[in-house]
Design a binder for this molecule. Sequence first.
Ligand SMILES: Nc1ncnc2c1ncn2[C@@H]1O[C@H](COP(=O)(O)OP(=O)(O)OP(=O)(O)O)[C@@H](O)[C@H]1O
Ligand SMILES: [Mg+2]
Length: 262
Amino acid sequence: MALLELKNLHVALEDGTAIVKGVDLAVDTNQIHAIMGPNGSGKSTLAYALMGHPAYEITEGRIHFDGEDVTELGADERAQKGLFLAFQYPHAIPGVTVTSFLRSAINAIRKARNDGEDDPVKIPEFRKELLEAMEKLKVPRELAQRYLNDGFSGGEKKRVEILQMAMLKPRIAVLDETDSGLDIDALKIVAEGVGDLVGTETGALVITHYQRILNYVKPDFVHVFVDGRIVEEGGAELAHRLEAEGYESFGAANGRSNGSNS
Ligand SMILES: Nc1ncnc2c1ncn2[C@@H]1O[C@H](COP(=O)(O)OP(=O)(O)OP(=O)(O)O)[C@@H](O)[C@H]1O
Ligand SMILES: [Mg+2]
């Protein structure tokens, strides 16, 4: 069994509108998967549902993580088990600096992994790790002392997200649309962050509608996502085909009349 498995996953909005319509997906450690699809096809909805966002209801299907059914678990519990989502539009948290946010997030995970007993990271150890990660990801030092995402530029937000990912060391990293608005340098840093993280302990799911980030993050598997479903799967070459052909041919290939390939 893969580390993360989605089985026939259906997701609806609070008003009952079905957005994700039967997704099967298995992401294992040492693998980078890319989900590519047009605007509004339901990619972010899938990511939110995966993380346990309360506004997105799983109406059918299951999510298994590390052999355990996590479909009913809350967002916190999933995060503590090692599911990490980098948000497409990260929120500002006024009054909480990047450093204190990271430390609380790490401590929450440590606590969960220590059978609910507090096991806070030692401050010197935390500082050392933070400074090393910041240097590697070229996050300016002053950003760490600022309030999380408060007045950050798009590129700065993304760098901090990748910093967060590097510090939390999730088992599955889900990155939603991380290339939007990034300049080439930032894109390379994101890609390096993902590349460094993925290995024997960790797998990644990168959601995008541009091929651009995939020039830097080399996916092992590409899934084309149209109208709430995976309509085609392949290797990295599929991303290039998409760039050349667009999504229309895939939408048409899915067949408006049948939809039986869920
Ligand atoms: N909280 C919400 N309230 C109302 N509609 C929503 C909500 N979340 C998603 N939707 C709708 O669900 C559909 C799918 O949106 P979603 O954000 O999942 O698409 P996407 O594939 O991520 O698109 P993009 O490539 O533009 O990021 C859209 O029609 C969107 O308006
Ligand atoms: Mg989206």
